[in-house]
Design a protein around this ligand. Structure first.
Ligand SMILES: [Zn+2]
Length: 385
């Protein structure tokens, strides 16, 4: 079994191409991880995910803890055996979802007490419990238990919270027993540069196999978010993978890849697909719009996905209007392929040594003449604009 390892293969400005070796295969970064909340990427077969270039899937500890329970997943072969995806998995710590979905009762030094959103039973999640659950689920990459403070939070709260998250990281590491799983730490600090730097530096002291940038994309403006991403990748070690949690809008990926982020996840491409929208270079097509009803063109000219190769916008608009589940499936398939093609093109541009040309080309189609300042500034900070 191959131990966890990250290699850097090419660099352009601060953007980089890497290879992540895991016990369930090697993958190329930057990459986007589809979210399989319940151990299933909604509407998509594992073989189809493989065909569109998905490399790593993410599953949510909170959901799997409530149902079917970690011991059942372990008994059935862990996520790899249970859920039919033999490639690498990543599980989150459950912390973020306890705080956003569970009926939160209490956060204290010990952990979090909450009520299940399914049946109301009271449960506790601590760093030790989160790691035990993630060991039972068996993902290749597991996450330290952290608190993701809401935006906005007071500076005092952010500071106390990030310090507790550091103590929880230490407990997460102590609780870990499986040598075949890589545990990533999560830096917090909200949008306060000083606290963000403090949290990042202190997290790096643990010398972990990878690091996540947490607590962003939680409602703050992009003008506040991207300087934090730039600061983070400056402070994180070059030789370790960096994961920007919960980010999946194409323009955010392009800006963050330019700053040296390697891993992303978000429900956005599949959720927006189920809601009837398609990601295209110009932004988003809403298939509910009547203008698509007679349009014989594919969603995106030149896209190699099954949806674009087979169906017209008119047919997809018909499915969406009729509430057919195939509509959501076909749009999710295209949307994920769109993000995978975006990261594939980014890797190629980095290998050619010209990520800037790729980013400018993307911006021209996405924004036209009005490229937002946050995007230009992020690219400039990455050495591309
Ligand atoms: Zn397509």
């Amino acid at each position: 079994m191959e131990p966890f390892r990250f290699e850097r293969l090419a660099q352009s400005g601060r953007a980089r191409v890497g290879r992540l070796h895991t016990p369930h295969g090697s993958v190329e970064t930057p990459l986007f991880m589809p979210v399989g909340t319940q151990g299933s990427v909604k509407g998509l077969l594992p073989k189809d995910l493989k065909a569109i270039g998905s490399q790593v899937l993410l599953a949510n500890t909170y959901h799997l803890l409530l149902r079917p329970g970690p011991e059942r997943v372990r008994a059935l072969g862990g996520l790899h055996g249970f859920a039919g995806w033999q490639g690498p998995w990543l599980t989150d710590s459950g912390g973020f979802q306890v705080m956003s979905l569970g009926h939160l009762r209490r956060i204290d030094e010990e952990g979090v007490v909450f009520q299940s959103h399914l049946d109301g039973r009271p449960l506790q999640l601590t760093p030790e419990r989160s790691i035990a659950v993630q060991e039972a689920l068996g993902a290749d990459i597991i996450m330290a238990f952290d608190e993701c403070p809401p935006y906005p939070s007071s500076r005092d709260y952010l500071k106390a919270s990030l310090e507790r998250t550091l103590r929880w990281l230490e407990r997460s590491l102590k609780a870990k027993t499986r040598p075949d799983q890589a545990l990533f730490g999560i830096a917090q600090g909200g949008t306060d540069p000083e606290l963000r730097a403090l949290s990042t530096r202190e997290t790096v002291r643990f010398d972990l196999p990878g690091y996540a940038i947490g607590g962003l994309a939680v409602g703050e403006p992009k003008e506040a978010m991207f300087p934090m991403v730039a600061l983070s990748t400056e402070l994180l070690p070059e030789e370790k993978p960096r994961y920007l949690m919960g980010v999946g809008h194409p323009e955010d990926l392009v800006a963050a890849m330019g700053l040296g982020v390697d891993l992303f996840d978000c429900v956005y491409p599949t959720r927006t697909g189920r809601f009837g929208s398609a990601l295209v270079p110009e932004g988003r097509l809403n298939l509910k719009n009547a203008r698509h009803l007679e349009d014989p063109r594919p969603l995106e000219e030149g896209c190699d996905c099954y949806t674009c190769q087979t169906f017209s916008r008119a047919y997809l608009a018909h499915l969406v209007r009729s509430g057919e589940m195939l509509g959501g499936i076909l749009l999710s398939l295209h949307n994920l392929r769109y993000l995978h093609r975006l990261t594939e093109a980014a890797r190629e541009a980095i290998r050619q040594g010209d990520y800037g040309a790729f980013a400018r080309d993307f911006a021209e189609r996405r924004f036209g003449r009005e490229v937002p300042a946050w995007f230009r500034e992020a690219l400039a900070a990455g050495g591309h604009w």
